[in-house]
Design a protein around this ligand. Sequence first.
Ligand SMILES: Cc1cc2nc3c(=O)[nH]c(=O)nc-3n(C[C@H](O)[C@H](O)[C@H](O)COP(=O)(O)OP(=O)(O)OC[C@H]3O[C@@H](n4cnc5c(N)ncnc54)[C@H](O)[C@@H]3O)c2cc1C
Length: 425
Amino acid sequence: MRILISGASVAGPVLAYWLTRHGFSVTVVERAPTLRKTGGHAVDLFRPAMNISEKMGVLPRVEERATGTKRMTVYREGSRRPIRVDLSKIFSATSDRHVEIMRDDLSEIYYDATRDDVEYIFGDSITAISPDGEVRFENAAPRRFDLVVGADGLHSNVRRLLFGDESRFSAFIGAYLGVLTLPNTSGLDGELLMHVGVGRTAGMYGARHLGDARALFLFRSEHELDYHHHDVPRQKELLRGAFDGMHPDVDHWLDELDHTPAFYFDSIIQLRMDTWSRGRVTLVGDAGYCPGPAVGGSTTLAVVGAYVLAGELARADGDHERAFPAYERTMAEQIRGSRAAALSAAKTLIPTSRLGVSGLAQGARLLSALPAGPSRALLRLTTKSARLYNSMTVDDYPPSPAASGNPAGLASDPGGGLGSGLEAE
Ligand SMILES: Cc1cc2nc3c(=O)[nH]c(=O)nc-3n(C[C@H](O)[C@H](O)[C@H](O)COP(=O)(O)OP(=O)(O)OC[C@H]3O[C@@H](n4cnc5c(N)ncnc54)[C@H](O)[C@@H]3O)c2cc1C
């Protein structure tokens, strides 16, 4: 049985890994010309995703590449006295298993675990998926697949082909996010430097193995801002405007906007779909249920979703009519929880009042000063994310011993139909 996955970041390679372990034959198409190795941004792997990485045998590499952010210095806007926070204590209180890692490092690790068993096509993109199972690409010749999975992120191409315009499913949560790469002139290693004000938060972090640093900007806006997706100068102007006069550190980071090799700017949106499968096509990770970049545990959700989808397909012997609804049912509660946790995290990370600014800084200091036991208890009471990730359980889907890279008794569907409802472009 041949399965095509669109997207080779986190969800795509994890799904590819487990599908091949369950005996399916997998092709991954990735729009980028090569696997990106620019570092990207830091993402979190919480306990369930750590457990899945362990089952994949890649946990030692994941831990070796951890950013190692252990300390945080917080400046509240208007106050010159910094608050120093022991982040490692907060991390260990939040979850008994947690790693922060650069997204591109994580993606490379998962890719390496699959490259020998999976066909990867870089520099291409799906243009149409027809009901008879034929998939068309920008560059490659058309091919037939039994199933197609969109693992192509928040602005998913497969979702657009399948369900239409993104705006039908996206909810703006009243905030924007900017990230840029800049020289690590402050020599930050294992440290996050943060400036927090009402409606705006800026931070910079570095890690020894990165060679450079990242500055992250989060700010509130009641209304959606007027700019075009491709208008980078306008996006930079909006970012400068939002952080005007905050602090000389932040001014210095913003000066780098003119030279940065990597810049990211987007509204923080949450995807809210009631169902994300149609016919023989489904979605995984941010493509199907992103709770919001930088405010939720969306990477953990992507890893868990990929593992569950592969497992349900194996359980149903490749019958997508049973597997996709089971996958959606299994993920539904965790997705709902992630959405709520992301909204709550956004409130904490980008405070709406001076009280919120003090609360964030003092709360972090208090938590880092307490011994692990009480701080864990306090976090359980106060943060939705901690409750969610500590309680997230994932079924075990052991690969059948017979499945070793070859379809385990899963006959290819000669019709290869992808079901109706797909609009070819
Ligand atoms: C700035 C920022 C900060 C973040 N911070 C955190 C954090 O602190 N913690 C956390 O847990 N998560 C964070 N996230 C979210 C995290 O990056 C994602 O949740 C995670 O990477 C989801 O993985 P994914 O594989 O579903 O999608 P993505 O990582 O978005 O990958 C999608 C892949 O699909 C490819 N693609 C796109 N279009 C096509 C196409 N047409 N054809 C083929 N391939 C295509 C892309 O090139 C990419 O490789 C952050 C995100 C951003 C943007």
